[in-house]
Design a protein around this ligand. Sequence first.
Ligand code: 2AM
Length: 197
Amino acid sequence: VRRRWRPSGALRIFTGSESASRRRLFFALWPAAEVAAPLHAAPVAAHPGSGGRVMRRDSLHLTLAFLGDVMAARVADAEAAAAKVTASAFTFDLDRLGYWKHNRIVWAGCAAVPPALTALAASLAQALRAAGFQLEDRAFAAHVTLLRNAVCPPAASALAESIRWPVMDFALVESHAGAGGSRYAVRRRWPLRGPRG
Ligand code: 2AM
């Protein structure tokens, strides 16, 4: 009897420790307060019509690469890949509001995605893939999620005033599931090259 119990007990312990040793991670641009504040205010006008849940101001971000659940032992590899990215600092404008029906998100984006942003996301994806991380194949779609579970598009497709975002670094972020949605914690940041390299 003892022998029959042992394997399932061992399996339970293994499964528990394995899930505890995984981290839900993504790389993102994390805005300073001067950028997050107007971004947070942006959907308020759209909110009554669009419904949904306004994202917390301190959780607003633009995802560069989504890793999903990563074994704790592999986090250092993701960080090493990030350190290999050579991209320049840049500034861009968020000027669009959009809506995706499939996931009911209202988002802020840009009419013209700056090449420097596309290049940063591509460089990071390349470094992560080279380190053995499997990323989704879908094309990079630069957006900041403002509302979740929105029932219809916002009234306007442009932000009333565009928001200037100076990008000097990018971040590795950990997602923690919670009752009112995910909470995010920036784990580490990597600076982008300044004008003098
Ligand atoms: P979203 O805001 O459009 O949902 C943390 O979940 C971040 O990673 C969010 O910015 C989310 O984008 C993005 N992300 C990209 N791919 C994802 C996926 N397959 N599952 C969950 N989040 C994903």
